[in-house]
Design a protein around this ligand. Sequence first.
Ligand SMILES: *Cc1c(COP(=O)(O)O)cnc(C)c1O
Length: 370
Amino acid sequence: MTDGTHLIRPEVQNLPTYNAGLSLERFACLYGTPCRAKLDSNENPYGPSERVIAAIRSSAAGVAFYPDAGNFILRKSIGKKVNLAEDRIVIGNGSEDLIGTIYRAILQPGDKVITICPSFGLHEIGALAFGAQVQKLTLEDDWRFPVERLCNSLKDAPKILIFSSPSNPAGSAITQSEFEYLTSSIGPEMLFVFDEAYFEFLTGDVRFDAYKWLEGCDFPWVSLRTLSKAYGLAGARIGYALCSDARLADALMKTRNPFGVNALAVAAAIEALGDDDHMTNSVERITRERERIRDHMVTREFEVAPSHANFLFFNTGRKATDFAEELRHQGVLIKAWLEEPYLDWARVTVGLPEQNDAFLTGLDHVSDQL
Ligand SMILES: *Cc1c(COP(=O)(O)O)cnc(C)c1O
């Protein structure tokens, strides 16, 4: 045998492939037509501001040199923004990179990881790669977070509890009082990872600064945030972790790739985090469009989960991969969910108004054929 497969760790051989969205290039190759609405990866169609693009351009002149491995200036500016010392902040090549970084620092074979389902695939896949056992608790029937069941599951001595709020893909979010109740059951023998990829979209009783509450808690925690969603920088790859203490952050600095975050992304992040007006503006437009799409879908009798983010999760009424495939032929790209028991469900990202119209037209077209 010379193909190398005998060398691959069994955990990795059995690992599912991440259900990543299709790039525009791949779409055009596969369907022979350009994609009219790329609504499969929760990207922000408004992108970053002109100032951010200018910052990337001017940092391009410095690419002959390695970036600062300590990301000192960016950590300092995030620290100032959230009022935490910079030695408790870690920058990653996207927050997905930080999930791997955390797992590398913490997980050993046989460790237990608890998460919520339906879920962001990398929370699970990354843990399986280390030989951890992953237990997934479903959201409640009304899409609320399963707070009671989560508290009970903590009795099984998990090493990590990780989930995102708002949930990707469901879109529902944990309320502040549910969050406080849940975290009062967590003990110091485990790590709590709270993935806040869609934090900037939150409003009402689900909008709260989790890290401020966690500051008063007596267990290790990490809060993950990203520039990929509300800040429109998915292609730049940059996210950050706020950590319960500097020693935990220091461990993460050791398990990440020292130069994993490139200089252009750092320049973009510094500029973007300094201009929340642009971000809030796009969040408002996206939120309005989200409600318009939802209203239309509900009128067409689709079951749609409540959403606090830039996407909607809905029951396609049949195998979601078939449904998504038909939409692709209309030039519309959405994400069919590939996780039991949600195989009839799909997630659509809120795009520009005309892209959302293309989705709604495609939706009507496909459902009229049923
Ligand atoms: C998009 C997303 C991320 C990853 O974002 P990065 O682009 O890697 O920063 C992390 N968690 C959840 C729940 C997401 O939806």
